[in-house]
Design a protein around this ligand. Structure first.
Ligand code: ZN
Length: 339
């Protein structure tokens, strides 16, 4: 996408930065073979002149993307890097926890010799994937001619179509960019040799939008535990109510929860005390905070109790401060063991 400034200078708003980073590498020659592999990444706004923006953050003209570019001294070394980054992406998607599909990718405009795509299955997805029911063969349908999209060439099994949202993509580029832009490193004999590249993208804003799309129930957003902007919402008593005296517990509880390693900066306090507790619990469920703590009537008792609501399954229990802290620590442990 191009645009011009007040001096009529033309600028490019780029969807991805292979050329820019490769010419940067060309400029900084001589880079020694001892400095390889080199991994350069950024998390920045990217731009695309999208003809039909829709589905909120899923398809838009400006989006957040993490893009990584890797530089190696040989094809073999670049393959090792490609597999390493692929495993790191697998771990990222496993930690997010939404079932994902990794398929042979369409190199499209970027090019290169090998590519993989990461997808979430969704009815509004704009990619069609083909999954074999007999083996682990899976591919973007654009890689297969329509006359060959019924049966797997590897095992003869049936190929099933599914719609999906692309959330990540990896490319082994070889020297596609380094050759024309003359991006070289200095080998052990002091001679220039072409860099072997890979590029890797994660759609940061798109992962968030796709997570909401895949997990949400009715009017309630559901976040993967690790992506929830806040894991816990503490709701204060209503102003002027019988339980208003419990207010002094709120800051104390927030401090206690914030002190549990793993919950720092994960607490938000809904102190809009002109609303009833019920109204705010409803809103917290819609917003998708995984856990809600209500400081209400129970907190006024001689042994103060707090209501803990798990918005995922709707479970609610009254807990003392000690049991509440134990529950939260347990929750973190479960998450740790599940990934
Ligand atoms: Zn197969």
């Amino acid at each position: 996408m191009t645009t011009s400034d007040r001096h009529k200078n033309e600028h490019v708003l780029s969807p991805t930065h292979e050329e820019a980073i490769t010419s940067l590498m060309s400029d900084i020659y001589p880079l020694s073979y001892r400095q390889l592999p080199l991994h350069l990444y950024q998390i920045t706004s990217k731009f695309r002149d999208e003809s039909r923006p829709r589905f909120g953050l899923l398809r838009c003209k400006e989006f957040l993307m993490k893009d990584l570019y890797t530089f190696d001294c040989s094809e073999a070394a670049a393959s090792v890097t490609y597999n390493k980054i692929g495993s790191a992406y697998d771990r990222i998607f496993q930690r997010i926890g939404i079932p994902y599909l990794k398929v042979a990718g369409d190199s499209g405009n970027i090019g290169g010799s090998l590519s993989h795509e990461y997808h979430y299955q969704a009815a509004i997805g704009e990619d069609t994937l083909l999954l074999c029911n007999g083996c682990d063969f899976s591919t973007n349908a654009t890689l297969v001619s329509s006359s060959d999209d019924a049966f797997c060439t590897r095992c003869g099994g049936q190929l099933n179509k599914t719609l999906a949202i692309e959330v990540g993509h990896t490319f082994l580029l070889g020297t596609k960019y380094s050759a024309p832009l003359k991006a070289c490193y200095q080998n052990d004999k002091g001679k220039p040799e072409l860099l072997h590249m890979g590029c890797y993208g994660l759609g940061v804003s798109r992962i968030m939008a796709a997570a909401v799309e895949v997990l949400s129930q009715g009017k309630c957003i559901r976040w993967p535990w690790i992506l929830a902007p806040f894991k816990i919402c503490i709701i204060t008593p209503k102003k002027g109510s019988k339980e208003a005296g419990a207010l002094s517990w709120v800051d104390h509880l927030a401090h206690v929860v914030n002190s549990i390693p793993g919950f720092q900066n994960d607490v938000i306090i809904d102190d809009r005390d002109s609303f009833t507790i019920g109204q705010r619990v409803m809103e917290a469920k819609k917003t998708g905070y995984p856990l809600v703590i209500v400081v209400g009537k129970g907190a006024c008792a001689s042994i103060p109790l707090f209501e803990l609501i798990d918005t995922e399954n709707g479970d609610s229990q009254m807990l003392s401060q000690t049991l509440l802290v134990n529950f939260l620590k347990q929750k973190l442990l479960e998450f740790k063991f599940n990934v």
